[in-house]
Design a protein around this ligand. Structure first.
Ligand SMILES: [Cu+2]
Length: 86
């Protein structure tokens, strides 16, 4: 609806400390359960999380905090183009 403006954005978050698929899964779940996140996928080989989120609901800083709470370190991010998938 036109009254709620969602601002979908894509961010790639660089994460340190993930060693296996289980690590990736806990990060993925932490991100996916964060309000405002519509899609999250984690690439453990590249130490990256790709997140599609509504920037009017959640900030990249909050996403990085969600990663940190799982015990890994979010070291940085790259903002992707709005609405882009992968
Ligand atoms: Cu692991």
């Amino acid at each position: 609806m036109a009254s709620t403006q969602s601002q979908l954005q894509v961010a790639v978050i660089d994460i340190e400390g993930m060693t296996c698929q289980h690590c990736a899964q806990s990060v993925q779940q932490a991100l996916a359960s964060t309000p405002g996140v519509s899609r999250a996928s984690v690439d453990v080989a590249r130490n990256e999380a790709h997140v599609t989120f509504d920037s009017s609901t959640v900030s990249i800083a909050s996403l990085m905090q969600a990663v940190t709470r799982t015990g890994f370190t979010a070291v940085g991010f790259t903002r992707g183009p709005a609405g882009a998938g992968d």
